[in-house]
Each structure stands twice: as structure tokens, then as C-alpha cells.
Design a protein around this ligand. Structure first.
Ligand code: MN
Length: 458
């Protein structure tokens, strides 16, 4: 059975010994973030903070501090995760409207809808305030009603006011349309939902495609939604917490700074403002937090599958030899792309580089042969250092439209792209790779060691 809500997944993780329960009270100011940072840096467990100082709502965090747990969330393995996403993209499942949902067991409107009642952490030392970092923000196109769902950083400015960074994203596109009509844009922010919804929300699909339909297809069943209480939107019925509100037209207020996914502080600047109208939640909800910052953090991991699947699908259609795509955390999940392929034609690898540099943000493209494990950067660097002559195999493309978060850009949003063709010279003899046969017949050594240890103890 797929995980249809966050709780299902949490209890499965607990059963598998992947969650550390923290019973001592923790401070949402920096202390929760420090725990997640440590978990991220040490391939540590997910963290369930039972007692958060000043709040009666527990916090789950660090779930996606490892790619392994991200695979567990989708009940899949590395070799199959691409297929799972591709099937989802090809066969989206419409949402199913239901009459009631756990996410509205408690409804707070008016002055009862208070953001300060939620244990929203302050993460990095220089952040401008507490940030909602895993809020799936749902909104509709003011002209044609198409739904959008994605995660944007949300700064708590007061008990009923949030700042939002949506620039260059689908939400900003909808806000522009609303502002052209001089109207507010209604939104609902979902905190704590089925893992499939989180991953689907990070899919870089074309505008107009409802990410919740992709989530449904990843789950293998439609996402059940309920009508919101104060806005004309629908939200996943089994969510932990939902914040309803609207973005004020034409209003910009200072938001930031925030420790971003690039690994650098992004400066404070004027951004759109959300005024909230309701908070609904389960009885005894769980708040879901995630850390952003220097790789690897959850923010990098959560983007990997959807972004990898998006580009894999795109490349495969043009270059059938492409067998894998990885966005390593080292590139902040955006700037570095490693692609494995079997070349059918001379220099095809360079066409792949050209194609990838033609899409925004991808700054360094590495193409390797299909015998290289793109998820192992040691192998990737081995290919680069042993199959490459840099005067021939490095391509530099100056002045592209790039990431607005790249701190090295000489001009804001302008990037220089680079491609490394680390494939063996096409059609020419090349030394054979050393192999050892029978490795697949050797039993799981970690499991054997664990058994040996427990035998010694008893
Ligand atoms: Mn979208």
C-alpha cells in the first residue's frame, strides 16, 4: 500500500528503525535546525521532536536527509524510481473530492488563526525569521482555474502574515494574472502530507499541469481532496495542517534573508505578502520541517527524483542512448548534472551537453558512458580523470540565462555553462575496465556483521 499520508510513512520509518524520538524539549529557534544539520551531515536518522518549547505540536524533520529514505517514501529502489515517475507523468490521476477530511478536524478562523501557534522553526543563524520550508502551496490560475502546487519558502512576519518567494515560478505567473485584474490570489499551504505530494510538487513540468494529479499516479490512487473553509481551493484531505489565505495584489514587503538551497544566504528584498484567513488541522497534528542550506540537505534530496525524471524523459526522447540522469547535491540540486549514455553516433554526447545547456540553470553538464554509476561521484570523477582530455573534451558556453541564486554570477542571472564529455572516444580502442566476477553472489556483508555482533553480545 502506498503512503497516503505523512503518518503512515512516519510509522513505517519508525518500524524500520529510521526515526530517533527526541523527548527532551527543544527550541524551535535554531535548535531543531542544528539537529537536522547534524542528521544531514552524518547520514543520521529522521527526527521526531516530541516536545517543542512553547508549543503543544510535535515536529518531524530530517526525513529526507538521506536519499535512501526518499526512496523508502516512494516504496521503490534506485533502479526503478525513474520508471515510477515517468509512469506518473504519462498517466496523471485526477484528484477525488471528498466531503470531509482529517485536515479539518480542527478549524480556526479570524483571530484564532494564529501562525504563532505552530512550531515553525528558525533555521539558519542569519535567517530573517521563522520559515515554513515544506509548505505545498496550492493556487489556481485566475483566468482558467488550472491548479498549481509547489513548495515556496514562506517567512512568518506576524501572526497572520507571511512573505513568499515565488519569483520565476508558476505561482508568480498566477499572481501576475491576479494583479492584472487587481484581485488577491487565493492560496492554501499544506504542511504534512503524503510523500508523493511533496515529490510531485517539485516536478518541473510545464505550466498548467496539476502536480496533485502526478502525486495521485505515483500513489496509484487519486489524492483525496476537501474544499477549504475560507478560500475556493481544495487541499489533500489527510494533511496534518492547512493554512488558508490570499496574496495581496501589488503589495511587496521585505522578506529574508534566508539560508538557501544554493548553500548561501539570499539577501532580504521586497516580496509578495500572504494574509491568512484560516488554519485547519488534525486533532494532535504533526508539523513537518525541512532544512535548506549547504549540500546535502533535505531540500536537495526532495528535488532530485522529480528533476531527474523530468530531464531523463526529455533527453530520452531525443537521445535514446541516455540511460540515467543525476542532479548531485554537490550542485545544489540544480547546477551540476551527470548523464550516463550509450553513444550511437560520434559526438552525440556533445549534443546532450548542448541540449542541457539550452535549458536554464544547468551550469555544469558531465556526460559519462553507461557503465559509470552516476549516483557515485567517485566513479564520475574517475571517468572524468581517465576518459577525458580537457583540451578536446571540455566545452565552455559563455553568457547564458542562468540561476538567480548563483553567487558566482558576474551579472545577476547570467551564467557561463560548461560541458565535460567524459565518454570514451567513440569507435576507438580503449583499455578494458577491470572487473571481478561473482560479486552478486556474495551475501549482504552488513547483515552478516550485524548477526555476528548480536551473537557476541548474547
Ligand atoms: Mn507547477
Amino acid at each position: 500500500m502506498p503512503f497516503v499520508d505523512l503518518r503512515d510513512f512516519i510509522s513505517s520509518l519508525a518500524d524500520q528503525g529510521e526515526i530517533l524520538r527526541i523527548q527532551t524539549p527543544v527550541d524551535p529557534h535554531y535548535e531543531i535546525a542544528a539537529y537536522i544539520r547534524k542528521a544531514s551531515d552524518t547520514d543520521g536518522p529522521a527526527l521526531f521532536f516530541e516536545k517543542v518549547k512553547g508549543f503543544d505540536i510535535p515536529v518531524i524533520a530530517g526525513i529526507f536527509a538521506s536519499r535512501r529514505r526518499a526512496l523508502m517514501a516512494l516504496e521503490t529502489v534506485q533502479d526503478q524510481v525513474l520508471d515510477k515517475f515517468l509512469k506518473g507523468i504519462q498517466l496523471p490521476l485526477p484528484t477525488k473530492l471528498v466531503q470531509s477530511g482529517a485536515c479539518q478536524e480542527v478549524v480556526k478562523t479570524g483571530s484564532d488563526a494564529n501562525l504563532h501557534s505552530l512550531p515553525i522553526p528558525t533555521f539558519s543563524d542569519k535567517d530573517g525569521g521563522p520559515y515554513i520550508t515544506l509548505g505545498v502551496t496550492i493556487s489556481k490560475d485566475p483566468e482558467n482555474g488550472t491548479r498549481n502546487a509547489s513548495i515556496y519558502r514562506l517567512e512568518v512576519k506576524s501572526k497572520d502574515r507571511l512573505g513568499v518567494l515565488a519569483e520565476g515560478q508558476h505561482l508568480a505567473f498566477q499572481l501576475r494574472k491576479a494583479e492584472a485584474q487587481n484581485k488577491p490570489l487565493e492560496i492554501a499551504i499544506v504542511v504534512g502530507c503524503a510523500p508523493a505530494i511533496l515529490f510531485a510538487s517539485q516536478w518541473k513540468g510545464p505550466y498548467g499541469i496539476d502536480e496533485l494529479t502526478l502525486a495521485g499516479s505515483i500513489c496509484g490512487q487519486p489524492i483525496e481532496v476537501v474544499k477549504c473553509k475560507t478560500v475556493d481551493l481544495e487541499v489533500p484531505a489527510s494533511a496534518e495542517i492547512v493554512i488558508e489565505g490570499h496574496i495581496l495584489p501589488h503589495i511587496r514587503e521585505i522578506e529574508g534573508p534566508f539560508g538557501e538551497v544554493s548553500g548561501y544566504m539570499s539577501e532580504a528584498s521586497p516580496k509578495p505578502v500572504i494574509v491568512i484567513s484560516a488554519i485547519t488541522h488534525r486533532h494532535q497534528p504533526i508539523y513537518h520541517a525541512a532544512l535548506s542550506g549547504v549540500p546535502t540537505t533535505e531540500n536537495h534530496v526532495i528535488r532530485q527524483f522529480p528533476v531527474e525524471a523530468t530531464y531523463y524523459a526529455e533527453l530520452k526522447g531525443k537521445f535514446p542512448g541516455v540511460s540515467n540522469v543525476h542532479f548531485p547535491s554537490a550542485g545544489a540540486g540544480a547546477y551540476l548534472v551527470v548523464i550516463a549514455m550509450k553513444q550511437y553516433n560520434k559526438y552525440e554526447s556533445r549534443n546532450v551537453i548542448a541540449h542541457m545547456l539550452g535549458t536554464t540553470r544547468n551550469k555544469l553538464i558531465v556526460v559519462v558512458d553507461d557503465d559509470v554509476n552516476v549516483f557515485n561521484m567517485e566513479h564520475v570523477m574517475w571517468a572524468i580523470t581517465t576518459r577525458c582530455q580537457f583540451d578536446q573534451d571540455v566545452i565552455i558556453f559563455p553568457r547564458l540565462f542562468g540561476s538567480r541564486m548563483d553567487p558566482s554570477a558576474l551579472e545577476w542571472g547570467v551564467a557561463c555553462g560548461m560541458g565535460i564529455d567524459a565518454t570514451r572516444p567513440f569507435g576507438q580502442p580503449f583499455p578494458e575496465v577491470v572487473t571481478v566476477s561473482g560479486v552478486d553472489k556474495v551475501p549482504d556483508l552488513h547483515a552478516l556483521l550485524a548477526t555476528q555482533r548480536s551473537n557476541k553480545q548474547s
